[in-house]
Write a protein that binds this ligand. Structure first.
Ligand code: SDX
Length: 430
């Protein structure tokens, strides 16, 4: 059977472009030869109809509200596995056996410490620096510690860099939190599992023993699973583009953290909680719904809408259940923010504007309420998102480096600036 092609006519010239089919989901029209054969580029700001790469890691069906990591539904992974199992799956492509899991946990645990000189690095920040600013800088600084041993053409060194990144993010995230509250850094403890270790580094103090609440540790571990990867979102695309030049992987992850920080992306969990606090009571919701609909008002309902999900974000449903589980465990019966969130969701899901534009709550809508209840300040919400998304960034970076067809990412443009013109000496300018 001949390969499928799509024929387009460009200024009267017919051009055949190959169609490539995936395992599931939309096929693609391979336009690599379009410019050579037509002298034209495609134009797709925001890449709403553009596949930037071939990937085998994560699949999203936005209409059906489906999210698969290496083919496994997010609901099953969140229910039955733990975050490091998800990390193994995203990195290696298969669920680990018991011995592979034990070995992976052991290897991650023994990379959790950071170079002692990093402690001095933190002292350079104002004590009220936003923890995301600290994370961008400190993760980028890691490239100064490993640059001479990160030969990204060596598969073993790529895996070591991946393990280091996954292992050290909780330590750096906890350090960013401790620095912001003026408490001493707590070192990782190898007898704790990944998420309990992170909670210990955040909330323990040298003056007394600390044991994390196992229900909260399990809930946070599940939250990390939900945030681990999400195909070619803005921050992952940033990591891929940075990595396509051969840059140090730690520097590429720092670029991903910078992109995630934006309120349209990972910064939405912090912005969503601030929005709920600003709304304050269910009675004030209608005026904010009106602002969201007003074309002249830049206000958006933070935590609503998604580029891909035009149905309920499957992660938001699990997040909502986790929110109730955490609030119940903490004995928080009537959280006013939750009342506002539940009423806002109810109204929005019955409002014609949101129905027509298919705006549903996304993962960031409930995460803020949960993380605040756990004791994290709002400024740490996106840091936790970055902690969890690191494995997705790294897995996608590895896949890009190992893709034989990969080349440096270099988009073109539609130029609408000044035509060619000659220099005018300053004495002759009006
Ligand atoms: C994440 O890509 C990913 O996978 C991201 C993420 C991941 O795991 O990596 O899922 C994580 O970033 C989730 C999204 C978090 N962001 C927010 O919650 C911020 C609020 N949401 C919006 O900024 C917006 O919905 C985006 C950015 C998420 C998606 O924007 P798009 O796809 O570019 O859609 P759009 O801005 O073109 O909006 C389509 C229409 C517009 O109206 P029209 O111009 O067609 O008249 O819907 C409206 C928008 O005005 N709209 C909203 C809205 N989101 C979109 N109106 C009110 N409130 C909103 N939240």
């Amino acid at each position: 059977m001949s390969a499928k092609t799509s024929t387009i006519a460009v200024e009267g010239k017919s051009i055949d472009l190959p169609i490539r089919e995936g395992t599931i989901g939309p096929s693609v029209v391979d336009i690599a030869a379009l410019y050579k054969n037509s002298g034209m580029f495609t134009y797709d700001p925001g890449f709403t109809s553009t596949a930037s790469c071939e990937s085998q890691i994560t699949y999203i069906d936005g209409d059906e509200g489906v999210l698969l990591y290496r083919g496994y539904p997010i609901e099953q992974l969140a229910e039955h596995g733990d975050f490091l199992e998800t990390c193994y799956l995203l990195l290696y492509g298969e669920l680990p056996t018991a011995s592979q899991k034990a070995d992976f946990d052991y290897r991650v645990t023994r990379h959790t410490m950071v170079h002692e000189q990093m402690l001095r690095f933190f002292q350079g920040f104002r004590r009220d620096a936003h923890p995301m600013a600290v994370m961008v800088a400190s993760v980028g600084a890691l490239s100064a510690f490993y640059h001479d041993s990160t030969d990204i053409s060596d598969p073993q060194q790529r895996m070591i860099a991946s393990m280091r990144m996954i292992a050290k993010m909780p330590t750096l995230a906890a350090m960013a939190y401790k620095y912001s509250v003026g408490q001493p850094f707590m070192y990782p403890k190898n007898n704790l599992d990944y998420t309990a270790n992170f909670l210990h580094m955040c909330f323990a103090v040298p003056c007394e023993e600390y044991t994390s609440n196992p229900v909260l540790a399990r809930a946070l571990d599940r939250i990390f699973i939900l945030h681990a990867d999400h195909e070619q979102n803005a921050s992952t695309s940033t990591v891929r583009l940075a990595g396509s030049s051969g840059a140090n992987p730690f520097a590429c992850i720092a670029a991903g953290i910078a992109c995630l920080w934006g309120p349209a992306h990972g910064g939405a969990n912090e912005a969503a909680l601030k929005m709920l606090e600003e709304i304050g009571t269910p009675e004030r919701i209608p005026q904010y719904i009106a602002k969201a609909k007003d074309k002249n008002d830049p206000f958006r309902l933070m935590g609503f809408g998604h580029r891909v999900y035009k149905n309920y974000d499957p992660r938001a449903k699990i997040m909502q259940r986790t929110t109730h589980e955490v609030l119940n465990e903490l004995g928080i019966k009537d959280d006013p923010l939750l009342d506002v969130a539940m009423e806002l969701e109810r109204i929005a899901l019955h409002d014609e504007y949101f129905i027509e534009k298919k705006l549903y709550p996304n993962i960031d809508f409930y995460s803020g309420i949960t993380l605040k209840a756990m004791g994290f300040p709002t400024s740490m919400f996106t840091v936790l998102f970055a902690l969890a998304r690191t494995v997705g960034w790294i897995a996608q970076w590895k896949e890009m480096i190992e893709d034989p067809s990969q080349k440096i990412g270099r988009p073109r443009q539609l130029y609408t600036g000044a035509p060619k013109r000659d220099y005018v000496p300053i004495a002759q300018r009006a």
